[in-house]
Each structure stands twice: as C-alpha cells, then as structure tokens.
Write a protein that binds this ligand. Structure first.
Ligand SMILES: Cc1cc2nc3c(=O)[nH]c(=O)nc-3n(C[C@H](O)[C@H](O)[C@H](O)COP(=O)(O)OP(=O)(O)OC[C@H]3O[C@@H](n4cnc5c(N)ncnc54)[C@H](O)[C@@H]3O)c2cc1C
Length: 471
C-alpha cells in the first residue's frame, strides 16, 4: 500500500481528520488514513515515547499475532517490526516441582506468536505515519470532551490543565483507550451504552533480568507459564536477554487457600517473598528480588468494555480499546485493535463519500466479533492458569492437533484460528464450540488418542462444513 499523491475527499464536512490517541489503534488508523490520502492530525495525551521513557524504564512486551501482522504488512512496516520480535512457538509450562513441558502452538513449529516491545512497535508506527507527510502528531494533549454541534474537540495540555485548546474537526477517530473520552462524549449524544466488567483479578509486571552478557536465563522461544489454579505467572522474552513477567492473581485470597494468595493480602515484602517461594520456587531462583519488585511495581486492573453506538453519523467513530477493551489472556487486545483499524479503513475506502454508512457497517460487522474475542479471552484465563496442566485438557489438545494434522480442511484448533488467521472471531467461537463438542464426545472413555475412532471423527467434522474464511 502506498500513499496517494492527491488528498482524498474529506470524510466530514470541513475535512479535518483528527485521531485522538496515538497507541496501537490510533497509530495504525492514522497510517491507514494517510495511505488513503487524508491529512491526519493525531493528538496524544502522553509525551512522545520515541523521546521520553513513558513506561518508567520498564520493558513492556506484547504478543503480536496474525491479526496485527496483516495490517503491519499492508502498511509496509512489518519489515521494520520483525527484527525487534522474538518468535514464541509454543507454551513452556512450569510445574511447581520445577519441571517444564513445551506445548507447541502448531503442527510443524511454523506457527509462532511474536514477542514485541510495546513502545518499539508503537514508535515504528508513529515514524511511518509521519514519514507519509500526511500525518502530524501532537503530544501532551489530553482530550476533555467534544462539542458535536460546533465540531470542536477540547484538549488540555497534559502538564497544565488550565491550558485549553479547541481543535476543529470534520471526523474524529476515538482511539483513546479503555477509558475513552470520545466514547463518553459520543454516547452522551447517540444513545449508545457501555458496560465495563471489572475482573476480580489484577496484574503486576515484574522482570527476569538478563544473565551474563545479555544471555537468556530461560528459553526465549516460548511463552512461559506457571499455572497455579487461581493465579498464574507468564513471561515473554525481550531482545536484551530479559523477560517481562506478568503475575495475574485475585485481589483477595480465594476461599479454601490457607496462605495469602491475593494482591490485597500480600501486604509487605516478607509476605510477597514467602508467596513466591511457595508458588514459584524455580522463578525465585532467577529473580531473587521478586518480593522487592512486587512491592515496587503497581497493580493494574483488568476489565472488558462492551459498548454500542460506536459512531455519531459521519462525525466520529471509536475503535480499539475505546470500543472493545478485553482482558489480556488471549494476547489479542492490540491485535484486535489493529485489525479493527484495517477493517474500518476498508469500509471507508468502499463507502466513497459516506462515512456515516462506513461507520455503521463497521460496527454491525465488528461488534459480534469483538464480543466473541472478549468471551474467548476470559475463557482462556481459566485454561491458562489451570487447564494447561489438566489431563482432560491435554488429551483433547493432543487429539485436536492430531485431527488437524489428518483433516486440516475441517479441523483447526481455536487457539490457532484466533492467533494465526483472520477468520472472524465470532465464527471462530462458534466453530470451536462445535469442535469442542466433538472432541468431548470422542475422548469419552479414551485413555489415549490411540483409542480414538478417526473415521468417525472425520465424519463428525465434515458435517460441520468448511472452516471459516479469512477476512
Ligand atoms: C497486562 C496486559 C497485557 C497485554 N498483552 C497483550 C498482548 O500480548 N497482545 C495483545 O494484542 N494485546 C495485549 N494487551 C492489550 C493491549 O495492550 C491493548 O488492547 C492495546 O494497547 C489497545 O490499543 P489502543 O490503541 O486501542 O489503546 P491504548 O493502548 O490504551 O492506547 C490509547 C492511547 O490513547 C492515549 N489517550 C488516552 N486517553 C486520552 C485522551 N483523553 N486524550 C488523548 N489521548 C489519550 C493513551 O495515552 C494511549 O497512547 C495487554 C494488555 C494488558 C493490560
């Protein structure tokens, strides 16, 4: 995809195209719009992450998968992103006794998700947007509200709340994250609704430092998981040899636990150290200061945003976490945000001069999909923290991979359809529910997959019809 030489016709009445928020959704959307020939103004509340350390020195990484890779490729930036990624070809599950078990994501080791630095990826997108010559970005500008009648967005300077600016717009793209001001401003006038389902579990980021000479203390080629029933630890490698670790845990110690196992109950460093030594002894060997890190780092909340009313005529639309924030257990929030930018830009291109129509169709198509990934992300938490070590889960997983190997035209594991395809999420959800019923039926009474009747398996799967098509 290349930038068009002459500007596209304006989306809104006076032509100013404003993107609020310069995170994954905003930067991707701005770049798509720039490639379509629009002049775009991005306003972001934080300082420029290319010049300031906006994450307070922490190395934060994310899993990038196909739904993110496709837009990056279409936009011509994946070649720059790939060198800063580390492929993870499966899960490396750590048992309490310190033993590990590698569970590949795909059949041949080719299917890998990519660990990528959040600021590194964002910086590449912002640079690419500016390089088109069609995008200007202003940092330190916090959106405070929208006057839809006058077509003005109100911003304050992040360093000085008294310093207010009014920015005229023709069309605004609200990419300002889960607490979106644009969503709230829009819903005050368009009758949409928002529900925010807060999880009673939170998260805390920790770090496994690099070993001598920047070596990795664990295998970087997999996503490490320490599943512990009600809680889990995960770790993704960074190119510098360190790992970003995330502890997911309830706020309150669950019933039946005689030791503190909740964020609110680990009150001091000694309690945190005892917790890590008990739950994750092999982790503590790598991170002797785990208790100190636990006390020093903030605890983050997790939640799902479901809302309707994503647009106001052709004047504005929301996407990314602003419209569909999800819990992070499928590693899909950012991937979904970038996929939304791709699908919305396609709608805009198809709609000619009718952004209202484009935005309406975008929500109609996309809403069932983001609801589906929201549910699947919640399900995956249960699977990751418990199911990965569960024998029933393991036999079904082994069988699913075997069926995929034998009958790839009618069988694909849900994880793979979510992570390695662009099949619509709601079709993936429906298909995998049907497949799951078949797997449950097939494994009933089977001790191992040698006991499975594969002819029957093929028949049952064939009755489901072909796999969903990619979009
Ligand atoms: C612990 C954790 C792990 C995760 N891991 C993964 C993963 O592995 N893979 C994955 O795909 N997703 C992951 N996610 C989800 C992912 O972080 C989000 O889905 C993604 O960042 C959404 O992008 P966005 O641009 O919509 O929103 P955001 O990333 O929140 O960006 C919004 C931007 O808008 C700016 N902004 C906010 N308010 C205003 C305002 N009022 N005015 C102006 N600017 C504003 C913010 O500063 C920010 O730059 C994870 C999330 C968490 C919490």
């Amino acid at each position: 995809m290349t930038s068009s030489a002459s500007p596209a016709p304006p989306l809104g009445s006076d032509g100013a195209v404003v993107v609020v928020g310069g995170g994954p959704a905003g930067a991707t959307m701005a770049l798509y719009l720039a490639h379509q020939g629009y002049q775009v103004q991005v306003l972001e509340s934080r300082q420029d992450l290319r010049r300031h350390d906006v994450d307070a020195g922490r190395s934060i990484n994310l899993a990038l998968a196909r739904r993110g890779i496709v837009p990056l490729t279409e936009l011509g930036v994946f070649d720059q992103v790939e060198p800063i990624t580390i492929p993870m070809a499966g899960r490396i599950v750590h048992a309490t006794d310190g033993s590990t078990n590698f569970q590949p994501y795909g059949l041949d080791g080719d299917d890998a998700i990519l660990s990528v630095s959040r600021p590194g990826l964002n910086a590449i997108l912002l640079d690419a947007a500016e390089e088109t010559g069609n995008v200007s970005i202003e940092f330190g500008q916090r959106c405070r509200g929208v006057d839809w009648d006058e077509k003005l967005i109100v911003f304050t300077d992040s360093g000085n709340d008294d310093q207010m600016t009014q920015v005229p717009f023709g069309t605004v793209f609200g990419c300002d994250g889960a607490n979106s001001e644009i969503r709230q401003a829009m819903q005050r006038v368009n009758g949409g609704t928002t529900t925010i389902e807060q999880l009673d579990h939170g998260y805390k980021e920790l770090e496994i430092p690099a070993g001598p000479d920047g070596s990795f203390q664990l295998d970087p080629g997999g996503l490490h998981i320490w599943p512990r029933g009600q809680l889990m630890l995960i770790a993704l490698a960074n190119p510098g040899g360190d790992f970003t670790v995330t502890l997911f845990m309830p706020y309150e110690t669950p019933d039946g636990k005689d030791q503190p196992t909740g964020f609110d109950d680990l009150e001091d460093q000694a309690a945190a150290e005892a917790f890590f030594a008990r739950e994750f002894p092999d982790f503590v060997e790598l991170v002797p200061d785990a208790g100190e890190q636990f006390m020093a780092n903030p605890t983050g909340d997790l939640g799902t945003v479901r809302c309707t009313g994503w647009s106001r005529g052709g004047d504005g639309v929301i996407l990314g976490d602003a419209a569909h924030a999800i819990v992070p257990f499928h590693g899909q929030g950012m991937n979904a945000a970038m996929e939304s930018a791709r699908l919305l830009s396609r709608r805009i291109a198809e709609s000619g001069d009718d952004p209202d129509h484009a935005f309406t169709l975008f929500e109609m198509d996309r809403k069932p999909d983001v609801d589906a990934i929201a549910d699947m992300a919640l399900d995956n938490y249960i699977e990751m923290r418990a199911g990965v070590a569960d024998p029933d889960y393991l036999i079904k997983r082994e069988l699913a991979l075997e069926l995929e190997r034998r009958f790839p035209e009618v069988m694909a594991a849900r994880y793979g359809m979510v992570m390695f395809t662009t099949m619509p999420y709601h079709e993936v959800q429906e298909r995998s529910a049907e497949q799951q019923r078949i797997l449950t039926d097939l494994v009933a009474g089977a001790g191992s997959i040698d006991d499975i009747d594969f002819d029957r398996a093929r028949e049952l799967l064939t009755e489901l019809g072909p796999l969903p098509a990619e979009v």
